[in-house]
Design a protein around this ligand. Structure first.
Ligand SMILES: [Zn+2]
Length: 168
């Protein structure tokens, strides 16, 4: 089975976050159920019906709390809930990022940003530019919540192929 998880169309938020954490999350809002049934990757889904029909490894997220999605996925995927820009992938398209200097992004970011930062990351796929700015405070807060939830998760095995994870 391939390592990269596939996320169903309801999990765009989770795909963006997992990519920021360096996970090669495969996501397309246009995957249909037919292809999701047979695809040989770990499937992460919100769709109970799809979960029931799948015979391949599947993670069903029954909660609607986004930080819980992140905690549970990180537990299953063995991903650390910490941002490391050198490992991060583009949240939009999932491609690799390369670190570049100010001169490489002069025409691509606002002047005020250019003046305040000297490290930038350029997406090798879609060309979007990233930097560690004030929005990273918010990202850090969100990850702190997810880490707290992770520390309280309990897992129990039912039968021999169903693992139930719940928040204590
Ligand atoms: Zn990109």
């Amino acid at each position: 089975m391939d390592e990269e998880p596939i996320l169903d169309s309801m999990l765009g938020w989770l795909a963006r976050w997992l990519r920021m954490l360096g996970v090669h999350a495969i996501y397309s809002p246009s995957f249909n159920d037919e292809s999701l049934l047979s695809i040989n990757h770990l499937l992460i889904t919100r769709d109970r019906e799809l979960f029931r029909k799948r015979s391949l490894p599947t993670l069903l997220l029954e909660t609607s709390i986004h930080e819980e999605w992140l905690s549970i996925s990180s537990l299953i995927l063995g991903t650390q809930l910490v941002i490391n820009m050198d490992r991060s992938l583009c949240p939009i398209c999932g491609s690799k990022l390369v670190k570049v200097g100010r001169e490489a992004v002069v025409s691509k970011v606002p002047r005020s940003v250019l003046l305040r930062h000297d490290s930038f990351w350029l997406c090798t796929g879609c060309g979007k530019v990233y930097w560690v700015g004030s929005h990273h405070m918010r990202i850090g807060k969100e990850l702190e919540i997810a880490r707290y939830i992770l520390s309280r998760l309990k897992a129990s095995c039912v039968g021999n192929n169903l693992l139930i994870i719940h928040n204590n």
